[in-house]
Design a protein around this ligand. Structure first.
Ligand code: IMP
Length: 177
C-alpha cells in the first residue's frame, strides 16, 4: 500500500447524535434490568465507551475478542476464531451485544449462537454502523445507528491494518497507487 486517502462519511457530530439516540432507546428498555453490554473487540471500544456514558443507567460490561479480519486485509475470511471468550456467566441476564459495524453478519451471527448456548434471559443487538449491502448472514439489529455504503470505512474505533482507530469521525478508505 503506497498511500491512502480518507473521505469523510460521518462527522463526529453525526456520530454523537446517533450514539445519543441509541442510548435513549436502550435506556427506555433496560433502565431497571441491569443489562450486560457485551462488546466485540477491538472495533467496539470507542463506541462502547461513549454508549455507556450516554446510557447512564446501572449496567455491566463484558468483552469478547474474536478475529474475523486478517492483518492488512479488507475482506473477511469468513472464519471466526475466539481469542477471548466470556469470563463470566450470562445465564439469566439481559444481554445487549454492542457491535461497531455489521458487515457480512458472520461475526454477529457467531456471537448470537455463542450467547444462546449460555442461556441469557434475553439477547439484543446494538450496532453503530450497518453495511447492509454486504450481508451474507442475517443478523437482527435491534438498535441501529447509521447505515453505511458498501465501502471500507475507518475511524471511531474501526481500523485498516490497525490504523485510524483514533479518528472521531467515520471515513471511507480510498487506496491509491
Ligand atoms: P462481519 O463479520 O463481516 O459482519 O464483520 C464484523 C467485523 O469486521 C466488524 O466488527 C469490524 O471489526 C470488521 N469490519 C467490517 N467492515 C469493516 C470496515 O469497513 N472497516 C473496518 N472494519 C470492518
Amino acid at each position: 500500500m503506497s498511500g491512502v486517502q480518507l473521505e469523510v462519511l460521518f462527522t463526529p457530530g453525526d456520530i454523537d447524535s446517533a450514539v445519543a439516540r441509541l442510548a435513549r432507546e436502550i435506556r427506555k428498555d433496560y433502565r431497571s434490568k441491569n443489562p450486560v453490554l457485551l462488546g466485540v473487540l477491538k472495533g467496539c471500544f470507542v463506541f462502547m465507551a461513549d454508549l455507556v456514558r450516554a446510557l447512564d443507567i446501572p449496567l455491566e460490561i463484558e468483552f469478547m475478542s474474536l478475529s474475523s479480519y486478517g492483518q492488512g486485509r479488507i475482506e473477511s475470511s469468513g472464519k471466526i476464531q475466539v481469542i477471548q471468550g466470556l469470563r463470566r456467566s450470562v445465564r439469566g441476564r439481559h444481554v445487549v451485544v454492542v457491535e461497531d459495524i455489521v458487515d457480512t453478519g458472520i461475526t454477529g451471527d457467531f456471537v448470537l449462537r455463542y450467547l444462546r448456548r449460555r442461556r441469557p434471559a434475553s439477547v439484543r443487538v446494538c450496532a453503530l454502523f450497518d453495511k447492509g449491502a454486504r450481508r451474507r448472514v442475517d443478523v437482527p439489529i435491534d438498535y441501529l445507528g447509521l447505515s453505511v455504503p458498501d465501502r471500507f470505512v475507518v475511524g471511531y474505533g474501526l481500523d485498516y491494518d490497525e490504523r485510524f482507530r483514533y479518528l472521531s469521525g467515520l471515513y471511507c478508505l480510498k487506496e491509491d497507487g
